[in-house]
Design a protein. Structure first.
Length: 468
């Protein structure tokens, strides 16, 4: 398998540190609000990467954190007159509603920053003791970026450029040795939650949280570190600096970053105010459509959010779900008696080809966009197989493959809404009328079914009902 590695800026062959095992970390949400579609993209992307690695036989240890202490959390708590912990508890609960809805498997570890203070202080101490970190009185403990020779290796920024800065930038970096230095421990301000440390009461900086949780749960060097591309600098660059300086070894071998979700050509973000929460979108489109929409684009390409594109995803997903339902219907139907040998051969071959092509596309830097095309190709072959009377056994092969590869993507195949009992009843009445050769009555009932928003189609294998 190949993965595009931000460190090398090339698609690199994926090799694990330990054979058959993958240690993977992705930066999780700051839990001060519902998450929006732009936030959801990395959750779905790295869940899919994890699922695919497991499909390829790897044992994956996946850690995704909760940032439950930072400026936004404190601001929100103060606004509402509740504790930071109250805010965290509420939005972690809400996170799970949406993440479960999007069919993101629960990570192996989901630590909270506030439960990792010991590990955080451990790294700050290692940096301080080596003279890599220094104290600014009344402010905090800072990391000196000039102490790491290859600082900037991930973002490909040059340290001199970073440190040059403009006048405005310099002014905001009062007291630091270099403009690029960043806080790893922030001293307590009035009304803020704090913890004891050898340098004084305070709370961790954001970057150090991830470094600590990685070390605590996965170790000093991991295989894959993921996140949105907006985290490359400074967040991931600083994670690398802290961890590698403290541990004396590489933090992660592969750095994988997903592109943004755009709205009218601009990045969807809370700060721009052009965001749509998953909780809002799900009022109009089910979770499985949102996941399918996210996976319809390659993770390194921006995707545009629009109603039309979500509708197109919904139609596409329904085509796949309907095909799976039709296969199942015919396999279970006593009336279906397909036995055409060449149709059977053809669909079995199509299933194998879909599998091979799917794997090739996913192996090529997790190309879910083309992998979904493979699913459509199989759907077309399966629909033809039913028309051409392939055997039930062959239809089962197609159905199993369809379930297998959609399952790897975490795509749920649900034919929209169950058919209500009232409609099923009418369908039966109509069948009885037809049997009694009362075609006028049969037509009347069909019109009635249509007026209620359903279509009934006579197939050689019995009537099939669909929502219009
Ligand atoms: Zn992080």
């Amino acid at each position: 398998m190949k993965l595009f590695n931000t460190l090398t800026r090339t698609k690199d062959e994926f090799k694990t540190i330990e054979p058959g095992k993958v240690k993977m970390y992705a930066c999780g949400p700051t839990v001060y609000n519902y998450f929006h579609l732009g936030n959801a993209r990395p959750f779905v992307t790295f869940d899919t990467l994890r699922r695919y690695l497991e499909y390829r036989g790897y044992e994956v240890e996946f850690c995704q954190n909760f940032t439950d202490i930072d400026d936004k959390m404190i601001k929100r708590a103060n606004e509402e007159g509740v504790t930071v912990k109250d805010i965290a508890e509420r939005y972690i609960k809400e996170y799970y509603v949406d993440a479960d809805g999007l069919n993101c498997k629960r990570p192996t570890y989901q630590p909270r920053a506030t439960e990792s203070i010991g590990a955080i202080i451990g790294i700050v101490k290692a940096l301080y003791d080596q003279g890599i970190a220094y104290v600014i009185e009344g402010d905090g403990v800072y990391y000196d970026v000039t102490k790491k020779e290859d600082y900037g290796k991930l973002s490909h920024y040059n340290l001199d450029e970073l440190n040059a800065g403009g006048g405005e930038r310099k002014a905001s970096y009062e007291g630091k040795k270099n403009p690029g230095d960043f806080a790893i421990w922030k001293f307590k301000k009035e009304g803020e939650p704090s913890w004891n440390s050898p340098w004084g009461e305070g709370r961790p900086g954001w970057h150090i949280e991830c470094s600590a949780m990685i070390k605590k749960h996965l170790g000093n060097t991991i295989d894959i570190h993921g996140g949105g591309q907006d985290l490359i600098f400074p967040h991931h660059e600083n994670e690398i600096a802290q961890s590698e300086s403290a541990n004396g070894c590489t933090l992660a071998n592969y750095w994988v970053h997903n592109a943004f979700v755009n709205v009218d050509g601009e990045k969807m973000s809370k700060s721009l105010g052009n965001f749509f929460t998953i909780r809002d979108i799900v009022k109009h489109f089910p979770y499985e459509v949102i996941r399918f929409f996210i996976l319809s684009g390659h993770y390194r390409m921006p995707i545009n959010f629009s109603d039309e594109l979500l509708k197109a995803s919904q139609t596409g997903l329904q085509r796949i779900a309907t095909c799976a339902a039709n296969l199942k219907f015919n396999i279970e139907s006593d009336a279906y008696n397909g036995d055409d040998a060449s149709a059977s051969e053809a669909v079995k071959a199509a299933a194998q080809e879909a599998h091979d092509s799917f794997v090739a596309h996913m192996d090529d830097d997790l190309n879910t966009a083309d992998a979904i095309t493979d699913i459509y190709t199989l759907v077309k072959a399966a629909n033809t197989a039913i028309d051409n009377k392939a055997s039930k056994e062959a239809l089962q092969v197609a159905l199993d493959m369809l379930n297998e590869i959609t399952g790897v993507l975490g795509i749920v195949l649900k034919v929209e809404e169950d058919i209500p009992a009232e409609i099923t009843e009418l369908v039966e009445q109509r069948a009885a009328a037809k049997k009694a050769k009362d075609f006028a009555e049969a037509d009347r009932i069909r019109d009635l079914i249509t007026s209620k928003g359903y279509s009934v189609k006579d197939t050689p294998n019995g009537p099939q009902v669909e929502k219009l």
